[in-house]
Write a protein that binds this ligand. Structure first.
Ligand code: ADP
Ligand code: MG
Length: 634
């Protein structure tokens, strides 16, 4: 509504009830449909696609404020229907309510052209296959004149809001409006790679996307790197089919600008869908970082109402919970497989096995696993952070790792295979030496050394692997805790000597109020007095972490939540805090066996590519890159 129409006189004389003039109704409707030039682009391209166009050209002047012209090669509008096209609630797309419910087209309200005609100078130029030439209809004068044009339609919308100055004032600079127009075009282009688009601004071609495969269109529109920094999504969950690509955390952005979701082919901006997707990233995306994705959701038209809002960007689902979960699971499944496991030339089966409920080391028995075995090739569980921590209290251990005497008191799953794979039984010990310099077949390779107390270097078939050991180990521990938590509770290990410690009143109150959850987390705390707690057991996975520090962090997290909500709200935060306590610290010297055990654990851990904060945990430097560094031709 315009500012003028809101003017109020002091003693309004009562006026008789009248129907609003059509022109005014259209202007009101226009306020909902047409906000800025980009809305015009959106509606006109919708219409062109509905008319079956395969080539669409958008011409803009002054960011679209002076002119938006959309030309298509669709079916065209018969000359006798041209005037109807501009009438409100005139549409060729639906004739009945059942049809409205089953509508598969982009636009269906019969409002857009009428709305635009009420707030802009407008003309339609169209030709169908049945006429030898085109006709041009001037919206203002209603004048119909013959014109030259190939089959298809051009719609011109000039001087937007010329007759509603208050609205025109809300427009931003031309370059801002242009950016919005380009974004509107992008949304269409990503949804319809089979249609070619060209966009001109003031006589210059600014964007051009030839018809292409979906992946090629994604590259064209979002940049070539989106491809390599995203994973394919393709999941049928309940009544929904969800496909497209989800960006890895490395492709995350500071803004939500690369988030595209389509429901039955229509671009939507929907909180429920966005939230479902966001929750798939919650463990791997840091703070305010925004995931990049292009996802297409298809479901039966009767399960979704697209008629909620005039701009058709909002939708309502019949079963919103189902939709939310489906989005989450589809994206999670795409992101979860560790990149290490997905290395194309690795022989290891995909990690989806663990999703099928097979034991995590079942794949070790596969026949394509190399038949030679070396200590690092055995599946050496980095069972507990305990083992890594143990070393901090026995500094000689690192150098004496190969002798068993000094380490007898420490649980050491690193130095001996937990199980000799049966396929190796006939090979004998001599092959151990022989394979020392063979290229290891493990995706993350064989550990070579530690650098700066922070990085582990390893060699695999592709070249050099560099691992951030704290980040990687934190992820491994976190996933293990999550696993235990979802099964029932974290395995708990009683302390030999219970540890009393001074506590704040809040800590004491929290320990009392949330004893059940603490126990499920593997922490047994008893109240010794108003300012004293005793720690009696710790999670077994974190047995060697500083138990009191761990308990304090967990109490601090728990204090923020009401007991009844902790499970839903805080579990991931809690487990991630605990994992951080349990992960090996920087500057810890690791033995080769420990490093190898970490690599093997990463290979079998879902999402091992990113630490809990979304930073990468490892990088590959290929032989080719190494050769290039040293100008070595091959
Ligand atoms: P709706 O798209 O909801 O039907 P519009 O006001 O956008 O309403 O368009 C009115 C009618 O004009 C459409 O139903 C269609 O028949 C016709 N029309 C509009 N644009 C085009 C086009 N580019 N090609 C062919 N027909 C068109
Ligand atoms: Mg329309």
């Amino acid at each position: 509504m315009t500012a003028e129409s809101l003017a109020i006189t002091h003693h309004p004389a009562r006026r008789p009830i009248r129907e609003l003039p059509d022109e005014l109704i259209s202007q009101i409707a226009a306020g909902e449909v047409v906000e800025r030039p980009a809305s015009v682009v959106r509606e006109l391209v919708d219409n062109a696609l509905d008319a079956g166009a395969t080539e669409i050209t958008i011409r803009l002047v002054a960011g679209g404020v002076r002119a938006v012209v959309v030309e298509d090669n669709g079916a065209g509008i018969p000359v006798d229907e041209l005037p109807l096209a501009l009438r409100r609630h005139a549409t060729s797309k639906i004739a009945s309510l059942p049809e409205l419910e089953a509508v598969a087209t982009m636009g269906f309200r019969g409002e857009a052209l009428a709305a635009m005609a009420s707030i802009a100078e407008m003309a339609l130029l169209s030709r169908t296959a049945n006429t030898p030439h085109a006709h041009r209809l001037d919206a203002r004068s209603g004048e119909l004149t013959p014109a030259a044009r190939a089959i298809g339609t051009s719609v011109e919308v000039r001087e937007l809001f010329f007759n509603t100055p208050a609205r025109r004032k809300f427009l931003k600079s031309d370059s801002t409006e242009l950016a919005h127009c380009l974004e509107a075009a992008r949304r269409h282009a990503l949804g319809r790679p089979d249609v070619s688009f060209a966009i001109w601004h003031e006589g210059k071609l600014v964007l051009q996307w030839p018809r292409a495969s979906l992946n090629q269109r994604l590259r064209d529109v979002l940049g070539g790197d989106f491809d390599s920094a995203s994973r394919a999504v393709d999941a049928r969950i309940g009544p929904m089919h969800i496909r497209g690509r989800a960006g890895t955390p490395e492709a995350a952005r500071s803004r939500t600008d690369h988030q595209y979701v389509y429901v039955n082919g229509r671009y939507v901006r929907d909180k429920l869908l966005a939230h479902g997707i966001r929750s798939a990233y919650e463990d791997i995306l840091h703070g305010q970082r925004q995931a990049a994705y292009v996802l297409f959701v298809d479901l039966a038209p009767d399960r979704v109402d697209v008629n909620v809002h005039p701009t058709k960007m909002e939708v309502r689902f019949r079963d919103s919970r189902e939709v939310h979960q489906a989005m989450r699971h589809a994206v999670e499944a795409a992101l979860a497989p560790s990149r290490a496991m997905a290395t194309p030339d690795s022989n290891t089966p995909s990690p989806s096995r663990s999703r099928l409920g097979l034991p995590s080391d079942a794949w070790n028995q596969g026949t394509d696993v190399p038949s030679r075995t070396t200590p690092w090739q055995a599946r050496l569980a980095l069972q507990d952070a305990a083992t890594l921590y143990a070393q901090e209290t026995s500094p000689t251990w690192a150098t004496a790792a190969s002798t068993t005497t000094t380490t007898a008191s420490v649980p050491m799953p690193f130095t001996a295979p937990t199980r000799a794979p049966s396929v190796t039984d006939d090979i004998g010990a001599t092959s151990l030496q022989a394979t020392d310099h063979a290229t290891p077949a493990w995706p993350l390779g064989r550990a070579l050394a530690q650098v700066g107390g922070v990085y582990v270097l390893a060699e695999n078939a592709q070249g050099l692997v560099i691992v951030d050991m704290h980040a990687a180990h934190e992820r491994v521990v976190y996933e293990r805790l999550k696993q235990q938590w979802s099964n029932a509770s974290l395995a708990s290990q009683p302390l030999l000597i219970p540890t009393p410690f001074a506590a704040t009143p809040t800590e004491v109150a929290t320990a009392e109020a949330q004893a059940d959850i603490l126990r499920r987390l593997g922490l047994d705390l008893s109240v010794l007095g108003p300012a004293m707690l005793t720690l009696r057991s710790c999670p077994a996975t974190l047995a060697q972490a500083d138990g009191v520090a761990l308990a304090r962090s967990v109490l601090a997290e728990l204090a923020q939540f009401e007991a009844s909500h902790v499970i839903e709200q805080a579990q991931h935060a809690l487990l991630s805090t605990m994992a951080c306590h349990g992960a090996v610290r920087a500057n810890r010297r690791l033995t080769l066996d420990e490093m190898n055990a970490l690599l093997r654990d990463m290979e079998t851990t879902e999402r091992a590519d990113q630490c809990n904060h979304g930073r990468p945990t490892w990088r590959q430097v290929s032989m080719k890159e190494l050769d290039q560094w040293f100008l070595r031709g091959r």
